[in-house]
Design a binder for this molecule. Structure first.
Ligand SMILES: Nc1ncnc2c1ncn2[C@@H]1O[C@H](COP(=O)(O)OP(=O)(O)OP(=O)(O)O)[C@@H](O)[C@H]1O
Ligand SMILES: [Mg+2]
Length: 327
């Protein structure tokens, strides 16, 4: 857990810790950082963490979501305009780049930037100066750039929708934030953190069953979805969160569906044979049973309806017998 002023970033998972130590290595430099991850994984909170731990922490932090904004409006938001630059410009206006000067600017959903703005952005980033719309004098700009995307920008570059030169300029340090379903060991700590955030004075416990269901759920909306669920629980539950208090989709995550999701590889990799797919499913089934039983092989074997000796043969075959399993 890393509390920075008012930010608490939960990162118990190994991949998350590695990601943060990667960030820590570059935080003092001015290098541009590209955050890549699905909706709700924590791109914005990580951008804020970068700013707050950087030498620019006392300077402005300015964020803007670039999705679904018309190009004209976006241009004036980013670069400002002079009085009279166009009919409705009755006052001069500072753009966000000017406001962020000496600090950090966070451009969210960078993949949604129209191509003409991409060109302008690139010019500002390369020349380190900008001009307001309708302006004549260049304004020096010193900002640290953090961008975020939910989609693979390289693909957009290949399709010709995203400028390759801008891509290379913002992709100096790419940081992938894994979806919550790939770091389920963060879930208990996140639940606890959000319970404390929303009800600092109320002591709410979570039963094993409820926690297990939350750990197994696939969280398509990632940490944001988890946060909202916990917020609702903290309002309506007194004392103890039980399985029945959870939203239906979390209580009823179908084990077969869960398994199929865990088994992504089988379905993406079309070259796998029937036998390989069966092996992959078997591997995931054994692994889940071990996780579920906190590594207790007798319990895990029973949950799959296998004799202990068959279970042991199988985990040996999949090289799972020496691994540690804890919820
Ligand atoms: N590791 C974490 N620890 C604590 N809180 C977190 C963590 N990750 C995300 N959150 C919280 O979850 C919510 C969603 O995170 P955030 O807004 O940063 O996601 P995002 O990736 O920017 O989403 P989107 O792509 O939809 O904009 C926020 O309230 C954020 O504070
Ligand atoms: Mg965001």
């Amino acid at each position: 857990m890393r509390p920075i002023e008012s930010i608490t970033l939960i990162a118990k998972n190994e991949m998350m810790r590695e990601m943060l130590s990667r960030i820590d290595k570059v935080v003092d430099s001015d290098s541009s950082i590209l955050l890549i991850g699905e909706t709700g994984v924590g791109k914005e909170i990580i951008a804020e963490y970068i700013h707050r731990t950087s030498p620019r922490s006392q300077r402005p932090f300015v964020k803007i979501g670039l999705s679904a904004m018309p190009a004209d409006l976006l241009e004036s938001e980013l670069f400002g305009h002079e009085k009279g630059a166009y009919t409705s410009a009755s006052q001069e206006k500072k753009g966000l780049f000017e406001i962020a000067n000496t600090g950090t600017i966070f451009l969210d959903d960078i993949d949604d930037v129209p191509i003409q703005i991409q060109t302008k952005l690139l010019r500002v980033l390369e020349s380190r100066e900008m001009m307001r719309i309708g302006g004549t004098k260049p304004i020096p700009i010193d900002v640290r750039l953090i961008t975020a995307t939910k989609v693979d920008l390289k693909e957009l570059v290949n399709k010709g929708i995203f400028r390759a030169d801008l891509f290379y300029r913002i992709n100096v340090v790419p940081v992938k934030i894994p979806p919550l379903r790939d770091r389920r060991d963060d879930i208990p700590a996140l639940v606890e953190h959000f319970l404390k955030t929303f009800q600092p004075r109320k002591k709410i416990a979570v039963t094993q069953d409820a926690l297990r269901a939350m750990v197994h759920y696939s969280w398509p909306g990632n940490v944001r979805e988890l946060r909202n669920v916990v917020q609702r629980l903290s309002l309506f539950v007194d004392g103890k969160v039980e399985l029945k208090d959870l939203p239906a989709e979390i209580q009823n995550e179908n084990p077969v569906e869960f398994l199929l999701k865990a088994c992504n590889k089988c379905f993406i990799d079309e070259s796998m044979s029937f036998e390989q797919i069966v092996q992959c499913l078997e591997y995931n089934l054994l692994k889940e049973a071990l996780k579920e039983s906190n590594g207790n092989q007798t319990k895990a074997a029973r949950s799959l309806g296998l004799s202990l000796s068959t279970f042991r043969d199988k985990i040996k075959k999949h090289n799972l017998h020496n691994q540690k399993f804890k919820l």
